[in-house]
Design a protein around this ligand. Structure first.
Ligand code: GSH
Length: 213
């Protein structure tokens, strides 16, 4: 394929962290070529891939001579490139958005992500039976996070207030898997209403270009 220098390449798989980048790229209509990485075949561990991302993980965004890894950084890069308010332009809004990106990365997603791993990734890659102890612990901690979110969302449309931001994408990225992963969104009414609003967005439920997950 001939690549235009103006286009970006987003290396992805149909998994949680690439889902953030794929959704944002599609939501923004960014000039991105999607490059599927077959995790089952270990393509992300190949030397050519590791030369661009030494972590051997997806997503990876290539923008000219920039090889950018980390899904949150990729989302910010895409939003800035598009001049989009998905990433707030004012310092206070940026700090608030960063608070939620950090909370998602370090508090909520490790817990909800464990439920996703146990119920979605294990069967996807033939990784054996659910670890029930890990599942029970993650469910209790996920409920703790959902309680915080439910209180926060009670009087808001999206996490930062009235409009969608990268904070919503980062925090809610496990929600499309809620049913399969036993994430009990329905027990938290304000979270459930927020989830309905996210589901109404084009591409939220199907952000991948192929092999929809
Ligand atoms: N902190 C990284 C995590 C990326 C990550 O863990 N990606 C997973 C897919 S969701 C992956 O590539 N796993 C393959 C592996 O670890 O071998 C990010 O947010 O981009």
């Amino acid at each position: 394929m001939t690549r235009s220098p103006d286009r970006l390449q987003l290396h992805y798989a149909e998994t949680l962290m690439p889902r953030k980048a794929c959704f944002v790229a599609r939501h923004l209509g960014a000039p991105v070529d999607f490059v599927r990485v077959d995790l089952g075949k270990g393509e992300h561990k190949a030397p050519a891939f590791r030369a661009l991302n030494p972590n051997g993980k997806v997503p990876l965004l290539v923008d000219g001579d920039l090889a950018l890894w980390e899904s949150d950084a990729i989302m910010v890069h895409l939003a800035l490139g598009a001049g989009s308010d998905l990433w707030p332009s004012d310092p206070r809004g940026q700090v608030e958005a960063q608070r939620w990106l950090s909370w998602a990365a370090h508090e909520f997603n490790p817990q909800a992500g464990t439920l996703y791993f146990e119920h979605v990734i294990r069967p996807m890659f033939g990784m054996g039976e659910v670890d029930t102890a890990a599942e029970a612990a993650a469910l209790a901690r996920t409920r703790g996070g959902l309680r915080i979110l439910d209180a926060h969302m009670a009087d808001r449309t999206f996490i930062l207030g009235s409009s969608l931001s990268l904070a919503d994408v980062a925090v809610a990225i496990t929600f499309p898997y809620a049913e399969k992963a036993n994430i009990p969104l329905g027990d938290y009414p304000a979270v459930a209403r927020w989830n309905d609003r996210l589901r109404a967005l084009p591409h939220w439920d199907a952000p991948f270009p192929q092999h929809a997950a």
